[in-house]
Design a protein around this ligand. Sequence first.
Ligand SMILES: C[S@@+](CC[C@H](N)C(=O)[O-])C[C@H]1O[C@@H](n2cnc3c(N)ncnc32)[C@H](O)[C@@H]1O
Length: 291
Amino acid sequence: MRHISPLRYPGGKGGLSDFLSEVICLNSLEGCPYFEPYAGGAGAALRLLTDGIVSKIYLNDADFRIYAFWRSVLDEPERFINSIQKVDISIDQWRKQREVLSNCNSNSMFDVGFATFFINRCSRAGIISTSGPIGGYGQKGTWKINARYSVDGLVVRVKVLQRLKESISISNLDAIEFLKKNLPAGPSRKNAFVYLDPPYYGQGNKLYMNFYDDSGHRGMAQYLQRQKTLPWIMTYDDETFIKEIYSFCEQHEFALQYSAQKVRKGTELLIHPNRIRIPAWSENIKFIDAA
Ligand SMILES: C[S@@+](CC[C@H](N)C(=O)[O-])C[C@H]1O[C@@H](n2cnc3c(N)ncnc32)[C@H](O)[C@@H]1O
């Protein structure tokens, strides 16, 4: 099964898993604990875990709704599966679930978690906060609201998570707090691996509830600059400001290739400290020009 995450995530990096796997192996880190402070749909992390490349994944996202999704699916998988199977997929249901997300504080963790999943699967581009239902409110489009809601396939994905539960940790902190709290201290820090995929510099405010202003982006750069042994790698949108704040690192421009024909428009940046070795080429990443 190629996709393991039940979420469709804007800017999702599941397609980067083969590349990350090569990076982990090239740097002799197989079997290491893996940390993802901006996890979102966690497509790459889950692939690395099921392939046995990493031993445990520590996921974090500042968005409470995303956290509630992971918490509920991991803590109550049977109930989650039951809800996937029983819920009717309609515009009325879409409005009801959207309402739950507008009042997170007055709903249970499970209800917020399921609403996040439902809205993610049934809204355009998987955007939770601002996009409408697939096919529009009048359902006149070619694609209808259930176009991305294959019950059987989604149930299988939840069952995979149920099996991996003991190897997945999830938290709801600011990224730097998460790293400070969870990374191993002392010499064993060099045996961990961190993949960072921060909210986009350009579009972050449109895609995610939590995003950074310039000082937020800079804060993470400063934190990483202080790390002298930690193996980490990062992807970002290709912006001059980001290139400047990470000028202490190696940077490459790349385009994610989702299939043989389809290359995503525009380029992204791959950033890593000099001590990390990366393969020049891999199946899922197409380097355009090294910056
Ligand atoms: C580019 S997306 C990550 C996508 C993810 N790599 C995937 O494959 O699905 C960035 C994520 O960072 C989260 N985020 C934004 N600000 C954050 C912060 N200060 N700390 C932790 N997470 C944050 C957003 O909620 C969003 O889910």
